[in-house]
Design a protein around this ligand. Structure first.
Ligand code: TYM
Length: 333
């Protein structure tokens, strides 16, 4: 079973938030001895929000290349696409029958869509909300429970989904006997929610992201765009409420963070912070960016890795799904 498991939805280009919230902790944790880690591209989840096949294809390549460029060791970790594991959607259906509709009614993503319809004055509050969006957390529970994963490194926006996965696992265990472990979210409080350009949570849906591997010039431009207040250069500034500081803190060492904090309190010009943040990130990302660009240019090179990952993942999933099927009274002929 999986000590660690996490996934990234393939709807866009990975950004700093995805990296510090999920990818970095996942890669770090996978380096510990004797840990089995499962990391995957959530491409079935992607089609909930994105119906542009070209964008999906490109995003799968970008997300895969990001993990590899950032140093995922695919001999130690099982790295695969969700869509290459047919056991996952099969389990998802079984779990649907264990999931109360009321639980799904409370899911943040669904509630946000309903609130959006309400704000737009729609009579039908469920207008344009698909069953895919509504049952999103069931598919995510299947991703996790399929491998009996115990620790799931994620940003704090996924905590509710983990609670739901435990809820669903509990209901299954109570009904059919204990087959599932209870998965736990692992959230690093320092990077639980990284802020984006406008100070809100960095998110593809807010259009406020800093993609990890922007070319140098674009990276600089984006960092210059980060919103700050209008304090004069020499005035003392509050690090706690500053997006620039938050991003720096997500990458720098504690000593470096403390030094910058002092300079904030003594008054530092926003232009200086921005330039230094740019230089810091650019230095850090220079090498991985090269690897990333090479991988994205010849994406075929990643096929073998993902295929091998899918085979290894199915070595666990196939017999485990047989056990689950047998527990519910369904046998293959
Ligand atoms: P997704 O693709 O939206 O995001 C991938 C991961 O990045 C984290 N994240 C952030 N962390 C900190 N600050 C931010 N601003 C920020 N933005 C995103 C997310 O919390 C997430 O960990 N449902 C998941 C994908 C998924 C999954 C799974 C995850 C599908 N099945 C099973 C874990 C286990 C999602 O949409 O993440």
């Amino acid at each position: 079973s999986a000590d660690l498991l996490t996934g990234i939805t393939t709807t866009g280009t990975p950004h700093l938030g995805n990296y510090v919230g999920a990818i970095r902790p996942a890669i770090d944790a996978s380096k510990e001895a004797n840990k089995t880690s499962y990391y995957f591209l959530a491409d079935y989840h992607a089609i909930i929000k994105c119906q542009d096949p070209e964008r999906i294809r490109r995003s799968v390549v970008e997300v895969a290349a990001t993990w590899l460029a950032m140093g995922l060791d695919t001999d130690r970790s099982i790295f695969y696409r969700q869509t290459d594991i047919p056991e996952i959607p099969e389990l998802s259906w079984i779990l649907s029958c264990m999931t109360s509709k009321g639980l799904m009614n409370r899911a943040h993503a669904y509630k946000a869509s309903v609130a959006d319809n309400e704000a737009r004055g729609k009579k039908d509050l469920d207008k344009d909300i698909t069953m895919g969006l509504f049952s999103y957390p069931v598919l995510m529970a299947a991703d996790i429970l399929m491998f009996n994963a115990r620790k799931v490194p994620v940003g704090s926006d996924q905590i509710q989904h983990l609670e739901m996965a435990r809820d669903i696992a509990g209901r299954f265990n109570n009904t059919y006997g204990t087959l599932f472990e209870f998965p736990e979210a692992v959230v690093d409080e320092k990077t639980a929610v990284l802020a984006g350009l406008d100070g809100r949570k960095m998110s593809k849906s807010y259009n406020n992201t800093i993609p990890l591997f922007e070319p140098e010039k674009r990276l600089r431009k984006l960092i210059m765009k980060i919103k700050t207040n209008s304090l004069e250069p020499e005035e003392p500034k509050d690090p706690a409420t500053c997006t620039l500081f938050a991003i720096y803190k997500a990458f720098a060492t504690p000593e470096e963070v403390q030094q910058l904090e002092t300079r904030y309190l003594n008054g530092i010009a926003w232009g200086t912070v921005k330039q230094e943040l740019f230089e810091y990130l650019n230095e850090l990302l220079r090498e991985p960016r090269k690897i990333y660009n090479e991988l994205v240019e010849s994406p075929g090179d990643m096929d073998a890795i993902l295929k091998k990952g899918a085979l290894r993942a199915r070595e666990y999933a196939t017999p485990f799904l047989e056990k689950i099927r047998s527990a519910i009274g369904i046998q293959r002929l």
